[in-house]
Design a protein around this ligand. Structure first.
Ligand SMILES: Cc1ncc(COP(=O)(O)O)c(C=O)c1O
Length: 360
């Protein structure tokens, strides 16, 4: 089976982990500090605060930015559940704005009508590695004095009009889960230019301590380990190469599949660098048949995502009754196929050839 995602770990990561294991510092230590410095420099922000996962990065960013009970957080329903769950963790209410039908990212025109006096933050997601349309989002946020927290979990190295994702909002969150463009095993990071958000995130990441055993706030243990950071440093050095391969693989798939009837290949918005965390086809009417056909022939697939977040049982039970028809339609028709940088040329040909075979 050609997997839809797989991490690339080689001798460099293994040797770096061995060095950490032998160093005596295996929890948060000097390698985490080094990873934060390098990641901030890569994204172009003043600060980076490493965490135990992308989910805890989102949770911590909202806490550090002061989002809490009674606040509303506008986000997309067409994402991994963690995006909206982060609002629930801090006692805020997620409010779902529908997406653009071509990019699958939050539609800025749907955001404005949802802004109320309680709106504290917008969380756009750079889905599949394609930046959300940030200029109108940042304009709306400035007009209404609202924070923007980018969910860049899927978009390390993506760019919007020449700016890296993670450098545009008040803060941004990345994930280093093994399926992501780079990994640390489990892990996440917050990037920000805001000194106060960075400082609060560091304090709340480690039990709310402002000095040793002085607990000033209700904090958490959301720390990254030096073992993970050592993997992350090695991976960060390869991110550009990994992304270039993703972009080349995506271009190849589109060149092979772009002319087929009954399926749409990914749309790349003007002025962006899409880093193809996922290569997601749109297959009206026959998504599940195509998925079965590919899987039977050894081509892995993924559905990102099978239902809008407000249709999840948890959200239904909590009484969410959003209506986002563009997201609903996408959830029924999207199918991700392998695009990751570990694919050989032969595997890539097999992926494209098997999709063609289905439609022909
Ligand atoms: C859009 C999005 N947000 C948040 C997360 C959560 O990241 P993690 O799995 O590292 O907690 C993920 C990844 O799984 C994601 O894809």
């Amino acid at each position: 089976m050609i997997p839809v995602a797989t991490p690339i770990i080689d001798e460099e990561e293994i040797q770096e982990v061995i060095k950490v294991l032998k160093s005596g510092f295996i929890a948060q230590g000097p390698r985490v500090a080094e990873f934060e410095e390098k990641f901030a420099a890569y994204v172009g922000t003043e600060h980076a605060v490493a965490t135990s996962s992308g989910t805890t990065a989102l949770h911590l960013a909202l806490l550090a930015a002061g989002v809490g009970k009674g606040d509303e957080v506008i986000t997309t329903p067409f994402s991994f559940a963690a995006t909206a769950n982060a609002a629930l963790y801090v006692g805020a209410t997620p409010v779902f704005a529908d997406i653009d039908p071509l990019t699958y990212n939050i539609d800025p025109e749907r955001i404005e009508e949802l802004i109320t006096p309680s709106t504290r933050a917008i969380i756009p997601v750079h889905l599949y590695g394609q930046p959300a349309d940030m200029d109108p989002i940042m304009d709306l946020a400035a007009d209404h004095d609202i924070l923007v927290i980018e969910d860049a979990a899927q978009a390390h190295g993506a760019e919007y009009h020449g700016r890296k994702v993670g450098s545009m909002g008040d803060a941004a969150c990345f994930s280093f889960y093994p399926t992501k463009n780079i990994t640390t095993g489990e892990g996440g990071i917050i990037t920000t230019d805001d000194d106060e958000i960075a400082e609060m995130a560091r304090i709340l990441r480690a039990h709310g301590e402002t000095e040793r055993y002085r607990h000033t706030y209700l904090g958490y243990n959301f720390r990254m380990t030096d073992i993970s950071a050592a993997i992350g440093i090695a991976q960060l050095g390869k991110l550009e190469e990994f992304n270039s391969r993703r972009i080349e693989n995506a271009a190849y798939l589109t060149s092979q599949l772009g002319d087929l009837e009954g399926v749409s290949t990914p749309h790349i918005a003007a002025g962006v660098r899409h880093v193809f965390h996922q290569y997601t086809l749109r297959v009206p009417g026959s998504r599940d048949e195509l998925m079965g056909f590919l899987n039977e022939r050894g081509v892995g697939t993924g559905i990102h995502y099978p239902r809008p977040i407000y249709r999840q049982e948890l959200y239904q039970r909590l009484g969410f009754d959003a209506r986002c028809p563009v997201s609903e339609a996408a959830a029924a028709e999207v199918l991700s196929i392998p695009v990751h940088p570990a694919l050989t040329g032969e595997e890539l040909e097999r992926v494209a050839g098997t999709v063609r075979e289905f439609f022909e």
